[in-house]
Design a protein around this ligand. Sequence first.
Ligand code: AMP
Length: 398
Amino acid sequence: MKILVINCGSSSLKYQLLDMDGEKLLAKGLCERIGIDGHLQHKPQNGKPVFDENIDLPTHTEAIAAVLDKLTSPEYGVVESMSEIGAVGHRVVHGGEKFAASVLIDDEVLAAIEECNPLAPLHNPANITGIQACAAVMGDVPQVAVFDTAFHQSMPGKAYMYAIPYEYYSDLKVRRYGFHGTSHRYVSARAAELLGKPIEELKLISCHMGNGSSICAIDGGKSVDTSMGFTPIAGLPMGTRCGDIDVSVLEYLCQNTGKTVSEITNILNKKSGVLGISGVSSDFRDLGKAASEGNERASLALDMFHYAVAKTIGAYAAAMNGVDGIIFTAGIGENGPDTRAAICGYLGYLGVEICPKCNQKRGEDIVISTAGSKVAVMVIPTNEELVIARDTKALVEK
Ligand code: AMP
């Protein structure tokens, strides 16, 4: 079965077409500036040329139509016709407390996803638009929703509740949800394979470190705590998000800058994190370079990130009463040996010891700890699209 995986943003649409016989990537691409003017980059994986041009994309429906046109075209295509695509899997950011697993989409499910819109006002409406656009262009091809939050629905109350009046939880659903669940699920399952042990017997800490970063405590294959919260701003300092902060800072900044709550919130999301501290960049490559050239604020930003990751790992080792494996994934986790080494430098008390030579390897599932390390440390490239495609196939074939 061939499955189209869609990750829809408000003005963008990322896609991959996978052949699930062998889990092979057939094509991938990205529509951008939807509703503004439009651009499509389509990359077939069969040797045909890349398409990379401005095209008119007034809505997501035209974007899906353009993607299908390229996927089936003689010049850029990878399939003969749309009928070869057996199902579509969508990344949906927020499933609230309604969805603890992926689900086949029908009208009732769509309405339930819509009810979660207030929890992710920037993301969920765009995800719904993508689902509706596929229905408009592809008719009744089965569609599946895979939620960023679903994996974390196994967290116990002591981990997901905030200590605020209970009615804010019961009436307004304010609680920790966590994100990156698809990634944490994938890498923890791969870690168990790599360690040759059933995941039910393992205590794992997964560090997804990219533009957005979150850490997850996974006990016996279930998420028991995670660093992002009600929204993705919580937890670690990130590329541009501040991470955990004393909430009183918000009022203080409003009073002392004359800015509104939403203006300050925007700054905490988009101009903070390592960008805000360093004044250099949100990209860890730029920070590493600046720090090596003596930029003290870049060094401070990196130190803050390493320290926050190490503190969270310590907290989760305590929460699970131990840890068997630590996983690094996503842009920084997969490509940043210096970041991994700096974080592991804090973890000697857990018996963590990494092999400097293994830590320099790239692009594969690897164990970077020494044979004598009490905790296995692994680098596992994440693959959220593959999880979405696998879940989609499983639900469609059920
Ligand atoms: P992601 O959100 O997973 O795509 O991760 C993107 C981030 O990964 C970038 O902003 C960089 O900070 C980081 N990154 C990518 N490549 C490298 C690299 N070679 N070394 C360090 N960080 C990297």
